[in-house]
Design a protein around this ligand. Structure first.
Ligand code: PGA
Length: 244
């Protein structure tokens, strides 16, 4: 357990360093969302001060709104590169692999193959929705999916609203599937704040079920969950961090 999102930053940076230390241009898959704001600021500082080099890894991410090209405001890649400008340079150099945003079957398959050719995801960062989603795998999504197009849940759209005002948040997205996420070698999920407490309880104490897609982390042999006290507040015995 960590005190807050800031306190998780050194742990997340050391996850990045661990995977970089193994060499071989590892593929790191990032998550967007407020949860990782402090981490991305810190990662940008590490790169700017020469302690981490963007030539040492390949980057990618989990999901993108339909028709949100990398430069479009509100989109995931736009958000990531705004928070962490070194990722923008990687995108320009072709070492950051954006999720194809138009939802064509062939483009999603090609993306999945590109991730495989890059050696598969070595480190996958994850947030969790208050409805238990991971990436945009909303409750009810089958657990054997790969990249696919999905309809966003109302709670997901509501939580994203502030990014899009005065426009309405998008309704559909391309997302990494549960099966693809489970293929990552190391998974690190972060959840901070009371709004995540119920989803965290279902993820860790509920059955593995599509009702709470994040519950599949129970099946992963190398997963770490970082929680603050509020997100952990509904766990039995108020257990702290859980590792698989
Ligand atoms: P958040 O989103 O980091 O903005 O809370 C997480 C998620 O919905 O997966």
């Amino acid at each position: 357990m960590v005190a807050n999102a800031d306190a998780a930053v050194p742990l997340l940076l050391s996850e990045v360093r661990n995977v970089l230390a193994r060499g071989n241009l590892p593929l790191i898959s990032f998550a967007t969302g407020g949860t990782f704001g402090a981490f991305f600021r810190a990662l940008a500082t590490e790169v700017q001060q020469g302690r981490i080099s963007t030539t040492e890894f390949i980057g990618t991410h989990l999901d993108e709104y339909i028709a949100y090209e990398p430069q479009r405001r509100g989109g995931m890649v736009h958000e990531l590169t705004l928070r962490c400008p070194p990722l923008r340079e990687m995108l320009a150099r072709g070492t950051f692999l954006p999720v194809p945003c138009h939802g064509a079957e062939g483009s999603m398959r090609a993306h999945e193959e590109r991730l495989q050719r890059a050696g598969g995801v070595k480190l996958q960062l994850l947030g969790i929705g208050r409805n238990g989603h991971i990436a945009f795998n909303e409750p009810g999504t089958p657990l054997d999916t790969r990249f696919h197009v999905t309809e966003l849940a109302e709670s997901t759209r509501l939580d994203a609203r502030s990014r899009f005002v005065p426009d309405e948040p998008p309704k559909r997205a391309v997302t990494s599937g549960v099966q693809t996420i489970l293929g990552g070698e190391r998974l690190v999920l972060c959840a901070f704040g009371q709004a995540k407490a119920e989803a965290v309880r279902s993820m860790l104490h509920g059955d593995v079920s599509s009702a709470c897609p994040a519950s599949v982390l129970q099946r992963h042999p190398n997963a770490l969950v970082l929680l603050d006290t509020e997100a952990a507040s509904l766990l039995e015995g108020n257990a702290a961090a859980a590792g698989g």
